[in-house]
Design a binder for this molecule. Structure first.
Ligand SMILES: [Zn+2]
Length: 149
């Protein structure tokens, strides 16, 4: 299941990426760009009533809060609860994360992570961000669990 999130759905896109879904997000799209993405088989998530009638696979999102937006999605398609997939994708640029070599990571992560969870450090090869288990991740996990995932 591949998604493209329309403008104003950036936060939803981040959560979908955290859950492992390949989700394109830009602040705005030309109609041509959207058509190309639709041709890839991506499901368009949009707040626009106009676009909601123009694209082949579309889910119209009429809610403001991410929690409610995910509920709308869940009522239209089956969102996986597979937590193995969580945190496998860069929440900023959508690229799959990869393992890092231990030496390269040391300068980029807190010492306690480097020494305690070296095997859980991940790296985005595209935007060069490092990811590791920490309070930010814990908060997002707690939120998703709160929301029934
Ligand atoms: Zn990235």
């Amino acid at each position: 299941m591949l998604f493209v999130a329309d403008s104003m759905l950036g936060k939803l896109a981040r959560y979908l990426r955290i859950m492992g879904y390949d989700t394109i997000y830009q602040k705005s799209y030309s109609d041509q760009r959207l058509s190309e993405l639709a041709a890839e088989g991506r499901v368009l998530l949009t707040r626009s009533t106009v676009r909601a009638t123009e694209y082949p696979h579309v889910i119209f999102i009429d809610k403001d809060l991410v929690k409610d937006q995910l509920t709308v999605l869940g009522s239209n398609l089956r969102l996986s609860r597979d937590q193995q997939k969580w945190f496998t994708r860069c929440s900023i640029c959508n690229s799959p994360l990869s393992r890092v070599d231990r030496e390269g990571a040391q300068a980029h992560v807190p010492d306690y992570v480097f020494f305690r969870y070296p095997e859980r450090i991940q790296f985005c090869p595209v935007c060069e961000r490092y990811y590791w288990p920490g309070t930010h991740r814990e908060r997002m996990l707690a939120r998703l669990k709160d929301w029934g995932f």
